[in-house]
Design a protein around this ligand. Sequence first.
Ligand SMILES: [Zn+2]
Length: 704
Amino acid sequence: MNSLYDKADAQAAIDRYAPTFGEAVALRVYTSRLIGADPALVLHGGGNTSVKDQFTNLLGDQVEAIFVKGSGWDLGELEPEGLPGLDLEYLRKLRILESMSDEEMVNQLRTHLFNASSPNPSVETLLHAFLPHRFVDHSHADAVLAVTNQPEGSGMADAAFGSNVIHLPYIMPGFPLAKAVADAFDAQPDARAILLHKHGLFTFSDDARESYESHIDYVDRCERYLNENTVGKTIFTTTLSKTESPESRATQVAPILRGLLSEPGDEPNTVSRRMIMDWRFTDEVMNFANSEEAKALCLQGPLTPDHVIRTKMRPLYISGLQWSDPETLQAQLADAVLRYRQDYDRYFNQQCVEKELSKTKLDSAPRVVILPEVGALCFGSSLKDARIAADITEHTLVTKALAHAAGKYEALDEADLFDMEYWSLEQAKLGKSKPRALDGQVALVTGGAGAIGIGIGDACAAAGALVVLADLDLERAQSAAELLSKKHGHGRIIGLSMDVTSEESVRRGFDSVCRQFGGVDLVVPNAGIAHVSPIEDLSADQVRRVTEVNYMGVLLTIREASRVLRAQGTGGNIVINASKNVFAPGADFGAYSASKAAAHQIGKVAAMELAEIGVRVNLINADAIFNEGDVDSGLWQTVGPDRARSRGIDIEALPEFYRDRNLLKTRISAHHVGNAVVFFASNLTPTSGATLPVDGGIASAFPR
Ligand SMILES: [Zn+2]
């Protein structure tokens, strides 16, 4: 590992931040970002840094200050606002106390901030404050963890780090750790670094560059030590061939696992919390998953205790799956997950008894499933959580294997990991956030690039769902997804190519969603086309074309959705965008009206057939929708001129005509349809097989 410190970049940071925040904070931001930019040093909010400086208060007094990374900030994207400032003189005095609870520590930190709206300072703030140096850098570097996650007395850390380094055994972060570090430093004031075994590294200096480069130097020493001590050694003993494509197997297991890992609700076929999957299959992950070492290493805990919140204590490793026999495969997966959950309950109960604690039990589902020939299937209750678990997993597998090859990988024991997983500060966060109606759900909308598809996707994403906009035109689907992603977050809406008239295409589409997110919960057959012609002039081909999309497309979409929903076993919703025409057909609109009526009817049949797996099927009958933002309805571009002519009005006057014909005198928008979809998918009422008009009230189209 090399230093990335660049004088010109450092000067640019000073030019940008020093006028407002001072030079020290400017350099602190710069070198923190250097650390945060390298995932081999820290991952997703891990690690922390600080700088000591002066602060001028409202009275003009200069007070000693410490600026330390705030929670919720990533070092890689740190801004001065992510370094809350605190009264350093006061914090230093706290060291004389014998003990302090974690809650009191958080209270002391919050009440000694300079700015009441700052984020919570890092829980390691007192450790930073008790050290005398201006700059303190802390990471959870992979290489450092590989040499310290070793049996006690291995001597590996001494050999890698050399002299002038303080070694401390693992102590839970908080006041006791801050005191232990300060005491150790007082006893060895010429130390250049502090190594917290099975946790991470601290370096320090009065100079920003020196503190950072000392950090990189020690990580580099560990990397070199590992290289030298693994030369000629087997990292992975692999008996499986790597040539087999993992795609089909990931497709097969993803929805089953997603279902098994969700939390059941009170009613049968309902869930209280769903999971999103992120599948990783890099060469390193596959080498690990296919190795003989994988099983034993999966039983070991994480690299650093922070990770337990994201990945649970250990991944679930399953081998010997019967791929060719779906029933046995399903049973094997269910059995493995059940045993994992039972073991988790055993760990929780045992720790509570031994420690005489009463805690709120977290869910017992694994976050990471390692399968030979498939890789790592990583889960979280949101896309972000799944990705964090997956990123940590990629680093963990490689580092564990390297540590194992150099010596013997040994993580913290259950007692220490329990203290982190059930830390009172973590428990206090439980139940604080109010979930949105579709959090954790995956929604697939056909005809997703059209005006109504975008409106539905927008409403579902706003309600918390991940959205797949499936469309015949991939480019349009992707640009629609990009448009919505700007509003709802990167990666939360994706475009997908799907021809709803092709069995193969629909199947492939659902398969790719299973690999991308783990499965699907809400399916909206929405793709439709129109054709204007009296029956006398209709050709069979014209009727077939409209029927293929509007009826057969809905049927095939429901069929493939059922396959995935059944594999998941967690219920779900299908909401068909039918039409006001189903109950109030229009002359010259035969092909369209009849095909929509068929789709409407197949929806009711699906409601009857899918109830046994908890899937609700409902229907929306909307009146004319002309556009969604800048996207015009393709259907209305086709039929608009003719409809205007038959009404004897200009095409521009059509929206007004449709508005005036309903009882509420309302212009119907794609968002209204989206809201109706969200209503059904929220399961607020026990409703299936129902039709909800979204038409402003048209008496001739009342459901009957
Ligand atoms: Zn740490």
